[in-house]
Design a protein around this ligand. Structure first.
Ligand SMILES: Nc1ncnc2c1ncn2[C@@H]1O[C@H](COP(=O)(O)OP(=O)(O)OP(=O)(O)O)[C@@H](O)[C@H]1O
Length: 262
């Protein structure tokens, strides 16, 4: 289980980015995290991955992954958990890969290092997953530099790499933000298939996807978790500002009453 207990993160100026966050994630469930832009959702993922920006630090609380307190680990040991235990799909696909290195080398080296795969095994696995993610020419993707691929192609490639590592916990930061509707559906389907063997923390503003995928959803405002429930419960009985505003903005009046645009 991933268990975040009363986690607070501050900047070097003492500004609180996260305040007393507590949440847990078990294998077999999808937990959503939504809320205003700048609320601190990505910061929480960075704390989980040990990649907080320079000048930001955990001021109190602890994160346990399978009963291991991450705060007791060296940065090197923390990073070792990334990939196979904590898998990550980043919000900004450009940050997922080194722009100077061809995709094939990056994917092969990661799968060799993290999974012990041979070069050929890694290439075969990558091609197979790229096809699953909608690429008809996976070889072309592997032969490209990241800059030669679109944002959506990179986001799907990052998802393929993550799936190849079969992480126990998947941390997905707006994984569909750069995708068109067809590829969004494809990625959501693949993520849903992981639920049987993984726990998924799904950060998104995509209310339809949150409703469809998540067992429960947390709302974050100004670095704090302000509300939790199924998406349906949150929308039908919103209590915090962000959810109320979302509900108001998405209410469309018809003769019969109102319906969700999503
Ligand atoms: N290195 C940093 N130093 C100072 N403040 C930072 C730093 N990184 C992020 N922040 C601030 O932390 C807050 C939370 O940012 P974060 O990216 O976690 O929000 P978010 O909820 O993921 O937003 P979005 O939905 O737009 O992706 C913002 O106010 C941001 O400006």
């Amino acid at each position: 289980m991933v268990d975040v207990q009363n986690l607070s993160v501050i900047t070097q100026d003492g500004y609180k980015l996260l305040h007393q966050i507590s949440l847990h994630l078990e294998v077999g469930e999808v937990v959503g995290l939504t809320g205003q832009s700048g609320a601190g959702k990505s910061t929480l993922l960075k704390a989980l991955l040990g990649t907080l920006s320079r000048g930001c630090s955990i001021s109190s609380g602890e994160i346990f992954v399978d009963d291991i307190a991450l705060g007791t680990l060296s940065l090197k040991k923390h990073r070792c958990l990334c990939g196979t235990t904590l898998g990550f799909i980043p919000q900004n696909p450009m940050t997922a890969f080194d722009p100077q290195i061809k995709m094939e080398k990056q994917i092969v080296e990661t799968l060799h290092l993290k999974m012990g795969m041979s070069r050929q095994q890694a290439i075969d696995q990558a091609k197979e997953l790229l096809v699953d993610l909608g690429f008809s020419q996976p070889k072309r993707v592997l032969n490209s530099f990241p800059g030669q691929l679109s944002g959506g192609m990179l986001q799907r490639s990052a998802a393929a790499l993550l799936l190849a590592m079969s992480p126990k916990y998947i941390l997905a930061d707006e994984p569909t933000s750069a995708l068109d509707s067809e590829n969004r559906t494809l990625l959501l389907k693949l993520l849903a298939q992981q639920k049987e063997r993984a726990g998924i923390l799904f950060i998104s503003h995509d209310i339809a996807a949150l409703s469809q995928q998540c067992d429960r959803v947390y709302v974050m405002e100004w670095g704090q978790l302000t509300e939790t429930g199924t998406m349906e419960e949150l929308l039908s009985n919103p209590t915090c500002e962000w959810t109320k505003e979302y509900v108001t903005a998405n209410r469309s009046v018809s003769k019969e009453g109102w319906t969700w645009k999503d």
